[in-house]
Design a protein around this ligand. Sequence first.
Ligand code: NAI
Length: 254
Amino acid sequence: MPAFRLDGKTALVTGASSGLGAHFARVLANAGAAVVLAARRQEQLAEQVAAINDAGGSARALTLDVTDPDGVQQAMSALSADGGFDVLINNAGIAGEPKKFLDTDEDDWQRVVDTNLNGAWRMAREAARHWVAHGTPGVMVNVASIYGLRTGALKVAYNVSKTGVIQLTRSMAIELVRNDIRVNALCPGWFLTALNADYFATESGQRYTRTIPMKRLGTMEELDGPLLLLASDAGSYMTGTEITVDGGIAHAPI
Ligand code: NAI
């Protein structure tokens, strides 16, 4: 399926030092893209970069904290001057501490919203500015969540941040369509990563797993097809939309 290939493209993935982001970088590299892995933790990034290069791909690291406006601008200017990029996978995110709404304090709220929503907005704006300045097309995939479409208990800030990412996706898509920039969102259900490993090790986490219509968590490979569809020319008529990959959670009876 040549339309799903990314040969000759450069893809930037944020939050690529672990979990879904590291996996997405490998998938994009296997599809032929040169990948730039961005995150805060240099050692973990170096390991992921080496694994892709050792497997015959092309990868490099970009140290970047999505909550740091100056740092993002500097990193993105450097990347822009160093050949640029064609695809942004806006993936960096945190879960925040599970808390009741009444117990949420300023710090809980700010940390989650600043990383998941403000960080995604900041990266998206810099990417779009880069593509518009160079007159080149661009593709953005924003990693939202099933909790951007429905609520999840003890995670008000997370729910709101991911709903914001979906609205950001729709709003940007309509403005940027004239610049040949496509923007879509990927909404995963539950996939075992560092973000949620502690929770799924508990009795409550295992009980929750049994409420998923498919009665199991997703495997990262089950996101590969949807990711490549949105990132490649196979999705050339898609913009401003979201794809849900959740084992049926979105429509499960409560
Ligand atoms: P993870 O904790 O394994 O990975 C998150 C990545 O984001 C890490 O590389 C971390 O270093 C990076 N990151 C966090 N804050 C950052 C910052 N300020 N600047 C730069 N990088 C930063 O978690 P996971 O599960 O891989 O999550 C990735 C994305 O997928 C997140 O946006 C998350 O909300 C989303 N997601 C995950 C689901 C899951 O079941 N694992 C389900 C739905 C959405």
